[in-house]
Design a protein. Structure first.
Length: 142
């Protein structure tokens, strides 16, 4: 009976870790969205004259951010920093605790299917780092 309870306990621990990673992945996407929207708007407004769509709507988004100083600090710095820190911590914890992850790195399709939430965390973490680099370089240029 104790072997069954150990097996069940181990399985529940794996399920809990998997669900925690999914929650982190979804929360990172939510946190990085405002900065990604701003960066996308910056690119879209340069593609064509601003009297045409989507450049006009993109310009409106950029102007909304620019009119609110708090949005620059919170939405473009604080939230991406939070995503970067939690993403790095999650990736390090997952790499150390999940023995299947290093071997799965050799099998890319299996990783995408089996570790999708972890890949979302990695993508959001890289996006946060890129956004932070752009924002800090822009701030230093002014």
């Amino acid at each position: 009976m104790s072997a069954i309870s150990r097996l069940t306990g181990g399985l529940l621990c794996i399920i809990k870790l998997f669900m925690r990673t999914r929650i982190i992945a979804v929360s990172q996407l939510v946190l990085i969205f405002p900065a990604a929207l701003f960066m996308t708007s910056l690119v879209l407004r340069q593609l064509q004259p601003q009297q045409y769509e989507p450049a006009h709507s993109a310009q409106q988004v950029v102007m909304w951010y620019a009119a609110r100083m708090w949005s620059l600090w919170i939405l473009l710095l604080a939230l991406p920093i939070a995503v970067l820190v939690t993403g790095c911590a999650t990736l390090l914890r997952g790499w150390k605790s999940d023995t299947a992850l290093p071997s799965a790195a050799r099998q890319l399709l299996a990783v995408i299917r089996a570790q999708f939430a972890m890949l979302v965390v990695a993508a959001a973490t890289l996006a946060a780092g890129g956004i932070l680099a752009i924002v800090v370089l822009h701030m230093l240029a002014d």
